[in-house]
Design a protein around this ligand. Structure first.
Ligand code: ADP
Length: 425
């Protein structure tokens, strides 16, 4: 297997989103959970997305894991590696985008790195270095209240400068609009002035294609799925075009009960839970009880056992920004997030013991905790449920066949849970 593209994603739902984009662009793609054991044989693929849980870990840990993933990808032939970040640039001033970028850049030998979280297909655009979420600047969007990475500054040149040791430039939209050569010449000017990275504006997919065309000539880039789209299109064009092909995998229906778990507190997920309550049984966990060590997991399992045989079920810890803030104030941000993620992971494990092989998980960190606990080594990317959310089929899992969907909190339409259920064979 010689990879045309290697990717390192800083969370699991982001990895799914990227793997979905690459597949849609015509690259056969597998998403691995962490760096794969060489004993596991992968299907013949052109791109691998290594999913890490690096977004909210200590920067040193994120750096170490990302470097290990980079070495694995390079050893499997990847000439270019994309460090995939969230399209809302989720990170605090302590990292981790800047430190990981700095380390991977040093390893790659690149003088300057192109950075853009733009993904117009999901409403993420960058203009004059400012990230917009739909019509509003990042710092005015619901991301300002994210439980782990509240984003209070929309200017990514500033945000990344606070995290990175290198100087950060801006390749503005006017330059991008002039084409690949204009972008290259701006980058080499920045490099000669000692800048190690540049935020690149992009508002439409056309710009991402130009950016991808330039980025593929480097060894490293940093971006969201939009950057993946640009890179994939550049790779496919260099091969003279390709048809979207799914990697060979079983299409056998998995069957059995379906369970959805929501640990995201994003506005979109909160609406999706309210909508799901109209058609499927929903259990709302008591987050206070989870964090103070009470037996919410057992209560959830008792409840699930009574419902699993008939309809799909949904178990949610999610609450509103005010309630999240109150809980964090009482118990601390990290302890709160960790306790709830571990409770969700424990619930998922017991649901699998009870026969569940079709799982829908809402929330990036939540998905990470669940998939880690279940020990799934890799997924093949299947049909697209909603933009950025594919059906994933487990590869090499000891518990056998399974399908899952890992949804970033903000993704999906109001009826996402029912949409996902319809896509799970
Ligand atoms: P998203 O994709 O929306 O960012 P994540 O799962 O990545 O979702 O992050 C949500 C975080 O909030 C997780 O750490 C989760 O455990 C935590 N969490 C879930 N429910 C609550 C709650 N009710 N109060 C506080 N934090 C919560």
């Amino acid at each position: 297997m010689t990879l045309a593209l290697g990717c390192i994603a800083d969370d699991y739902t982001g990895a799914s989103d990227l793997a979905n984009t690459l597949t849609r662009c015509g690259l056969r793609t597998v998403q691995t959970i962490g760096v794969l054991d060489d004993a596991l044989t992968l299907p013949d693929v052109e791109a691998v997305v290594v999913s890490l849980k690096g977004r909210s870990n200590a920067a040193s840990e994120a750096v170490e894991r990302s470097r290990a993933a980079d070495r694995w990808l390079r050893a499997h032939g990847a000439a270019h590696v994309l460090f995939k970040i969230c399209s809302t640039f989720d990170s605090t001033d302590a990292g981790n985008i800047g430190p990981v970028m700095d380390a991977l850049r040093a390893d790659s030998g690149d003088a300057i790195v192109l950075v853009t979280p733009a993904f117009p297909g999901t409403g993420r655009t960058v203009f004059q270095g400012n990230l917009f979420v739909g019509a509003v600047p990042l710092a005015e969007s619901p991301l300002k209240d994210h439980p782990l990475n509240p984003m209070r500054d929309s200017n990514l040149v500033r945000v990344l400068s606070r995290q990175s040791k290198t100087k950060i430039g801006l390749v503005d939209l006017a330059t991008v609009a002039r084409g690949a050569d204009a972008i290259r010449s701006r980058l080499s000017k920045f490099a000669s002035q000692g800048f190690g990275a540049a935020i690149v504006d992009a508002v439409f997919d056309d710009e991402l294609e130009r950016i991808g065309h330039v980025a593929i000539g480097h060894r490293l880039s940093v971006g969201a799925s939009g950057m993946g789209l640009g890179l994939a299109r550049a790779i496919v064009a260099s091969k003279g075009g390709a048809q979207a092909r799914a990697a060979s995998s079983s299409t056998k229906p998995v069957g059995g009960p379906i369970a959805c778990l929501a640990g995201s507190c994003s506005q979109a997920t909160l609406e999706q839970i309210t909508k799901a309550e109209k058609s499927i049984p929903v259990l709302r966990l008591d987050p206070e009880k989870i964090v103070s060590g009470n037996s919410e997991v057992e209560r959830a399992l008792d409840w699930a056992r009574g419902h699993l045989s008939d309809k799909p079920i949904l178990i949610a810890s999610s609450s509103t920004p005010d309630q999240v803030a109150g809980l964090q104030k009482r118990h601390g941000r990290e302890a709160t997030g960790h306790a709830i993620e571990q409770a969700m992971a424990a619930i998922s494990e017991r649901l699998v013991d009870a026969g569940v092989r079709r799982l829908v998980i809402a929330g990036g960190e939540t998905s990470g905790a669940v998939v880690d606990r279940l020990g799934v080594p890799a997924f093949l990317v299947g049909a697209e449920i909603a933009p950025g959310v594919p059906v994933l089929r487990a590869v090499g899992w000891q518990r056998g066949e399974a399908v899952m969907a890992l949804k970033s909190g903000n993704f999906g339409g109001p009826d996402f849970f029912n949409d996902a259920i319809r896509f799970m064979p």
